[in-house]
Design a protein around this ligand. Structure first.
Ligand SMILES: [Zn+2]
Ligand SMILES: [Zn+2]
Length: 640
């Protein structure tokens, strides 16, 4: 490998551009890298706030995002700033909390109507910055109370000095000079290839190492196939970035483990994913502890991950290494889910990784994006990639589902729906709410237990990310479906037997594959009554109880409360309703490849049982004449 004789010094270019363009009266005191962002501290930030064009010109020249902050000397004291903010922001915005972060001079304003804090074209925010010297950020106070969101905000506030030090060290690393002349791009399959679960992909160039996802495999028999092959040619300390596509544990469950093994870098993902993955990882630890399973990491590592996460909006282009730019696009799978676009080596190579994605509209989300600035390689999931994996239409699916619920209620039974806490649960809540409101279902209580209430609250904190119609409903409290009074939160275990013996109802609970959680406890209570129904609405991974039941197993050995094994004779009706899936079916997968713009030159298939991955790959070759690969876990492929 040859070292480039004249290394390009990005940092020097940036400082030059700033020195040349900013008028001296702004009194710049320092220029810092804060992760991928360049921050300019000035004693007279007014000069830059009044003339937007100066900052825009620099941003164009150096192709970076720039933030202007007031030097500490130019900031009003906290109490005074608070008073000014409450005078500037109209009372209808309903501010619920204000956090000041003095290490960077930012203020986070939490309000029920964030739009009114922002003002037309950002006018109100600008005014706050102008009059207080504090740069304001706005967070939505969700209409449903979340426990986690305020905890996260105050934790981050307390740890702000650590966060700033971390961002600056990352910034220096991202903007270091490019060293090597040789160029190549490889991809290593660390997990989630020819299988579903433990998704992890390593992208490597001479300059950098990027890890896409790092998940666990639910239902795995032992540690060997539960975790990705992280020991394979991967030096965790030397990773430049970890990118997380979405909050499901098969994609993010082991990210905190990386910190335990010496990782000290950034985790890039969307804002909702940052919140949701923290919640699901903490729950994963709780469940493991309760069930006496080995715990791979602790809350310490989860907290470190929170401080190391850099959240990005869809479409925001960000430098994540000296030779790699990352952009996230909507994946339509669950709240915050993203398709990853990597632009490598200034035009050398472009990779799109779909993660889990839905190429169709659902009640919850808009369909996945399919057009990108450039693409050479596509890595695509194949959960429903088999020739027979064609889902019925949404209308048929909803009708079938509502019929099952009605039939069960008529014969005096109750309906149990095991759900993943994030995604299908909210989709099904929307379907049930609509059916009750339109009279297709009687007014029955829908019991939600486990993480569902918290996850639903988090959904109402990010309405901008949801499907258009739903977003509009959430903005009007009286129409917000998640606030409907037929949803009943179950707060205590002791309520379960009464619910199962009581009035007709629907019960929704985690875990989605009956591997544990309250759903499993309800299953034990309900399984022997033939009037009841068990309805699966999401994919059941091989090795889980959900999968066994779908295969027709009806004698299930289970541990009772005293730890004795008893065999449960399953008499309840069991249904599989595929059409609500957050994954693309075979037709949607092929339509996505066909509609993709521009066309990829090579397609790598992952996240599917072997037969499905093989089948999808051969269909892609046949229809689109694109070279395909179906690597095994452990394989490495040179792309360029
Ligand atoms: Zn997923
Ligand atoms: Zn997945």
């Amino acid at each position: 490998m040859t070292v480039q004789s004249e290394a390009i010094d990005t940092a020097a270019l940036i400082r030059n551009s700033i020195a040349q363009n900013i008028p001296p009266e702004a009194k710049v005191t320092k220029v810092e890298f804060e992760g991928p962002i360049i921050t300019i501290y000035a004693e007279n930030p007014h000069v830059l706030l009044e003339n937007n064009e100066i900052v825009k010109k620099i941003a164009r020249e150096i192709k970076k995002r720039i933030v202007v902050r007031a030097d500490p000397k130019a900031r009003k004291p906290v109490e005074e700033a608070k008073k000014i903010i409450s005078e500037i922001v109209p009372p209808e915005a309903e501010i619920t909390d204000i956090f000041f972060d003095s290490s960077i001079g930012e203020v986070v304003i939490q309000a029920k109507k964030p739009g009114l804090v922002i003002g037309k074209g950002g006018q109100t925010l600008k005014k706050i910055a102008y009059e207080t010297g504090w740069r304001a950020q706005v967070e939505r106070t969700p209409p449903l109370k979340s426990l986690l969101l305020p905890q996260l905000l105050s934790f981050q506030g307390r740890e702000s000095n650590y966060r700033v030090r971390f961002l600056r060290s990352i910034g220096r690393r991202i903007h270091r000079p490019i060293l090597y002349k040789n160029q190549y791009v490889t991809i290593t399959a660390l997990g989630g290839f020819r299988e579903v679960g433990r998704s992890a992909i390593l992208i490597r160039t001479p300059e950098s190492n990027i890890l896409l996802d790092c998940g666990v495999k639910p239902g795995a028999q032992g540690v060997i196939d539960e975790f990705p092959m992280l020991d394979l040619e991967i030096d965790i300390e030397k990773l430049d970035a970890v990118v997380v596509t979405h909050a499901h544990l098969d994609h993010c469950g082991l990210v905190p483990l990386l910190f335990k093994y010496g990782y000290n870098g950034p985790v890039y993902t969307t804002k909702p994913t940052k919140t949701l993955m923290t919640l699901l990882q903490l729950d994963y630890l709780d469940v493991a502890k309760r069930e006496g399973k080995p715990i791979p990491y602790g809350t310490r590592e989860v907290k470190k991950q929170v401080l190391h996460t850099i959240s990005l909006d869809y479409g925001e282009v960000t430098d994540v290494a000296t030779d790699v730019r990352l952009t996230l696009h909507n994946a339509g799978h669950i709240l915050g889910s993203a398709i990853v676009h990597l632009h490598i080596g200034d035009g050398l190579y472009n990779i799109v990784y779909t993660g889990d994605f839905k190429y169709a509209k659902t009640k919850l989300l808009e369909p996945a994006a399919s057009s990108f600035p450039r693409v050479e390689a596509l890595i695509i999931e194949s959960t429903y990639g088999g020739a027979g994996d064609v889902m019925p239409s949404r209308e048929e699916t909803e009708q079938y589902f509502i019929d099952i619920v009605n039939k069960t209620l008529e014969r005096g039974g109750k309906v149990l729906i095991p759900v993943l806490a994030v995604g299908r649960a909210q989709e099904i809540m929307l379907v049930l709410d609509e059916a009750i409101k339109s009279g297709k279902l009687p007014k029955i209580p829908i019991y939600v237990e486990g993480l569902l209430q918290e996850v639903t609250a988090i959904h109402t904190a990010y309405p901008e990310e949801l499907a258009r119609e739903l977003r509009n409903k959430i903005f009007h409290a009286d129409e917000n479906p998640f606030l409907s009074d037929h949803f009943k939160q179950v707060d205590s275990k002791s309520a379960r037997p009464d619910i199962v013996e009581g009035e007709p109802c629907v019960i929704m609970s985690t875990s989605g594959m009956l591997t544990g959680g309250p759903a499993l406890e309800y299953f034990k209570l309900m399984a022997s009554n033939p009037a009841n129904s068990l309805v699966f609405v999401s994919y059941q991974i091989e090795g889980t109880l959900g999968r066994s039941l779908l295969k027709g197993v009806r004698q299930i050995p289970m541990e009772d409360a005293r730890g004795r094994i008893e065999v449960i004779d399953v008499k309840m009706e069991i249904y599989n309703v595929d059409g609500f899936s957050g994954h693309s079916d075979r037709r949607q997968l092929l339509r996505f490849v066909g509609n993709m713009s521009p066309k990829p030159q090579v397609v790598i298939v992952n996240h599917g049982e072997e037969s499905k991955s093989l089948s999808l790959a051969s269909a892609i070759e046949r229809y689109f004449h694109i070279e395909t690969h179906i690597p095994r876990v452990g394989d490495r492929l040179r792309l360029k």
